[in-house]
Write a protein that binds this ligand. Structure first.
Ligand SMILES: *[C@@H]1O[C@H](CO)[C@@H](O)[C@H](O)[C@H]1NC(C)=O
Ligand SMILES: *[C@@H]1O[C@H](CO)[C@@H](O)[C@H](O)[C@H]1NC(C)=O
Length: 156
């Protein structure tokens, strides 16, 4: 019983956190991600939070409503982790981060990205398993590399 109450409280806390996270603007989220990365080649230097929205930033593409649809940072020399707040980029269709030195695990919150078409994370230093939440994304074409089956962690 005790443990259940604890788990329920924990869940409530996590839901509250998720609500806070979802109130970030997309620019806030990407800037938070920028700060979590090491960027020796200055590829995300243009990610300037003082601009009204992130649509003018390099490697970021938006739709006509100024909502982020693509982040293209393949082979950019980036290291660091993926932040869970990325799951708040609600119109994101393409997340291209292959061939970097990104480490840590894949945030389960990416399962919230229901518009995602391609999630390219191959050729990084990611560990752990593919979050089950990603199986909810019906449109997801491939996760790591086209020569792999859909849910594979390592480069083939
Ligand atoms: C990863 O880091 C190593 C060591 O710093 C570096 O030599 C290598 O080029 C990096 N790889 C990528 C894809 O950025
Ligand atoms: C995002 O995903 C997490 C984990 O899958 C979930 O708990 C959370 O409710 C979701 N948040 C939003 C804002 O949809």
């Amino acid at each position: 019983m005790e443990a259940r109450t604890g788990a329920a409280l924990l869940l409530a806390g996590l839901l509250a956190l998720a609500t806070i996270a979802s109130s970030n603007t997309e620019g806030d989220i990407l800037y938070m991600q920028r700060r979590a990365w090491k960027d020796p080649n200055n590829v995300v230097q243009s990610w300037d939070p003082t601009l009204f929205n992130p649509c003018t930033w390099l490697h970021v593409t938006c739709n006509s409503d100024n909502s982020v649809t693509r982040v293209d940072l393949a082979d950019a020399g980036i290291s660091g982790t993926l932040i869970p707040e990325l799951g708040g980029l609600k119109n994101l269709q393409y997340l291209e981060l292959f061939t970097n030195n990104i480490s840590g695990s894949i945030p389960t919150t990416l399962g919230n990205l229901t518009s995602l078409v391609t999630l390219d994370l191959y050729d990084n230093l990611l560990t752990g398993t593919i979050p089950a939440s990603l199986a909810n994304i019906r449109m997801l074409r491939f996760l790591y590399e086209s020569c792999c089956s859909n849910f594979q962690l390592k480069r083939c």
